[in-house]
Ligand binder design. Sequence first.
Ligand code: DAH
Length: 345
Amino acid sequence: MSEQIADVQQAALQAIEHAQTLNELNEVKVQYLGKKGEIQALMSQMRALPKEEKPAFGQMVNDCKETVTEVLEKKQQDLEVQATAAKLEQEKIDVTLPGDTIRIGTTHPLILIQNEIEDLFLGMGYKVAEGPELEQDHYNFELANIPADHPARDMQDTFYIDPTTLLRTHTTAMQMRELEKAHGQTPIKLICPGKVYRRDDDDATHSHQFMQCEGLVVGEHVTLTDLKGTLEFMANKMFGEGRKIRFRPSYFPFTEPSVEVDVSCPFCNGKGCSVCKGSGWIEILGAGMVHPHVLEMNGFDPEKCSGFAFGVGLERVAMLKYGINDIRNFYINDERFLNTFDRFD
Ligand code: DAH
C-alpha cells in the first residue's frame, strides 16, 4: 500500500518538475491534487482497509498530499517569477535611446513686427480691424479717391482677377471698408495690418507680396499735429527712444495734405551713415489728413469731422530693425534665416 502512495508521490513530483509553464503546472495540480485527482483516489481506498490500518494509511496519504502541495506551490512561485521577468524583458524600453526631436517653429519676423505695432496701438485705445485680401476695385480704388483712369492707378500695378475684383494693393482698402461701416459715426481709431500685392518684379527691395499696416483716426478736431505726435510715439517705440520724425510734402489721392514720414536714423543717431546714405533720415511711411472727398464719399461731413491716416510697410520696418538687406528673405522660408528670430520672441 505504502508503495502505491510512494509511486503516486514520485510521479507527481516528476510531473511538477517537468512542467514548463503555469498552465502545464495547473494540469499537474488537477491531475494529482484535484477533487477527482490521484491523491484523492488514494484517500478513497481507505474505506476498504481494516480499521487498525486506517490511521497509518491516512497519515501517509496526508504526508504525500502535503509534500506534493508544498513542491507544487514552490514551483508555481518560480514559474510566476519567470513569467514576470519574461514579460518585463519583452516590454523593456531603452530609456537611453535618443528621443524624437520636436521641431518648434519661431514667430516670423513680420508677425513679430505686426504684434509689436498691434500692442502699441491697442495700448492707445485703437482697435485692430481686418479685411479681405481679394478686394473689390470699389474699396481699393474708388472710395480711396482713385477713380478709373486716375494716374495713381499706374503707381500700383494691380493683380486683377476680373474687371472689378483684385488682390488689394494697399491696406487703405480696409480703411475705406471701416469708414463705410461706421455710417458717419465718430470717433474712429483703428489700425488694419495685412498682406498686400503688386505686380512688381521681385528683387532685394521689391516683393509682389508684402505687408502693410494702416492707421486711421477720425473725430472732431483731429489735426496734423495729432498725426505727428502719434507717429513720433510709434517711432520711439519701434526704433528706440530719442527718435525724431519729420514730414516731407507728398501726394496720395486719399489724403490732403499728404506727407512722407522720415525717422531720424537709429543707426547713427542722425549723424549720417551708410544705412541712411549720409542723410541722417530714413523714410518709413506715407501719411496725411483724410481727404474731405473720401470722408464725404463714405458718409461723413468734412465740416464736422476730420481724420488722419498712415500706411507703413512692415518689411521696411523689419529690415531696419533687424538689419536685413534683402526683402526676399521674408518669403523664401529658409529656416536658417527664420530661426535667428528666436531671440526676439
Ligand atoms: N496706401 C499707401 C501706399 O500703399 C500708403 C499710405 C499713404 C496709406 C498715406 C495711408 C496714407 O493711409 O495716409 O503706398
